[in-house]
Design a protein around this ligand. Sequence first.
Ligand SMILES: [Zn+2]
Length: 511
Amino acid sequence: MSFRIRDTDLLGRTGTLRVGSRSVETPAFLPVIHPVNQVVPGGELLSMGFGAAITNSYIAYRRYGHGISERGGIHGVTGYDGVLMTDSGGYQVLEYGDVDVDPLTIAEYQAEMGSDIAVVLDRPTGASASRERALETVEETLRAARETLRVVERTRGRMAWALPIQGGLHLDLVERSAREASALPYDVYSVGSPVELMNSYRFRELASLLLTAKRNLPPERPVHLFGAGHPLTMALAVALGADTFDSASYVLFARELRYMTRCGVRELRALSELPCSCPICSKYTLRELLELPRAQLVGLVARHNLYVLREELLEVRQAVAEGRLWEYLMHKTSCHPSLHPVRSLMVEASGDFSEFTRLYKRRAAFLFGPEDLHRPELESARARVRRVRPRGDSVLLVVAPSVRLQLPGIAGAEGDVYLVAPFLGPVPVGLVDAYPFSQSVSPDPESLDRRVLEGTADEVAAALSGWGISRVRMLVSPDRASRELSGMIASRLGGLGIAVSLEPSEHPDHV
Ligand SMILES: [Zn+2]
């Protein structure tokens, strides 16, 4: 298996995952294919653009046994010729308590059926497990992983192997599970049990689980997230570092006549028309759909749902490539109130994001509100500025609505000169043209949320006190936002015992 990473943004990345002669672009959504009864045939999934899918080796084992190779293996019985991942039966363990196969048997069977990415038979922790139970699942899964290594080594090059990380919401156990798993020669790591968390909108817990796993796994290896197939949360899964994820949601929702849109899931019967232009919704009116026999209707809604998931995935991939995943995720949070906590969650995870977000981007950063003060690009740029201390103990701050202004009064200034504008802390005058200081677009300062000015003033005060500055001269543009911002800075600096003098600047000229 090879995994080539192309672009990165937040913890998300785009790339190509290649197994043997098959490959798939990532992030990839893997629709669940039932090994026996398919609502949407495997061949159709591939032609719809799903280059990878997932099926269940345990169900195939029970249904086909060792006769599967005569039927063309798992690709033959599902009719799917893309990258096919096979879950091991761990999900059945979670649902029914146990399965009647051992790790080695199911591993050998996954090799026999021609799986592209096989999964170790794990003991999923689940979201509600006690610490004792969680520890058991970590140890049992690692034991199964070591036992399975025999098959992994024998099939290397021909297929890839995924090892699930356990521990659930016990983060120290997730850390241990990830660290020990990293030392084993597996190609892919998977994080399980987020279905319960996603379904009950427990995004914070999901984020802690994924971030803990990511911090302790080798960054060059792909991470699979089990059970993430909602159009609202796909961007979040990618931002938190999932390279591939799977779900049967397209068909489970279709059975309940739930119709996906990019901004949420709707009851088909409650719609007044079909708000979509996929091949299904272009061909049928809502009335025509509802008059079809049930099985046909479910099949068509499942296909529509797949088109929506595919469109969302492509939008997320494009956002990673353009370095605007932060903006896209913020935009998604306005789809549903339950997603609102994702905004503060992103602010908290900004440190994790900064490490992996590119320092320079081709496209300007769009800044809207107070959360955007914590965009990883801004955090990294500010951290770089803070590391370079001014020569003296006095500085000139030029407060203006934008750093892209030609300001009179700077020439001949004593000491170092810094520009200050909403969202941007002190920007050394020589760095004004560097990303993202002048490559950012924000609303007219007059219409800004006051918290943006407060946050900017906090940043200026923290930087200046960190440098041990004792005197500050401030040149303030005549606009209302600059006057308000300089007042906030002056009061903070005064509180720190720094001497401040304020002077109005002449009206600046836009460059
Ligand atoms: Zn449609």
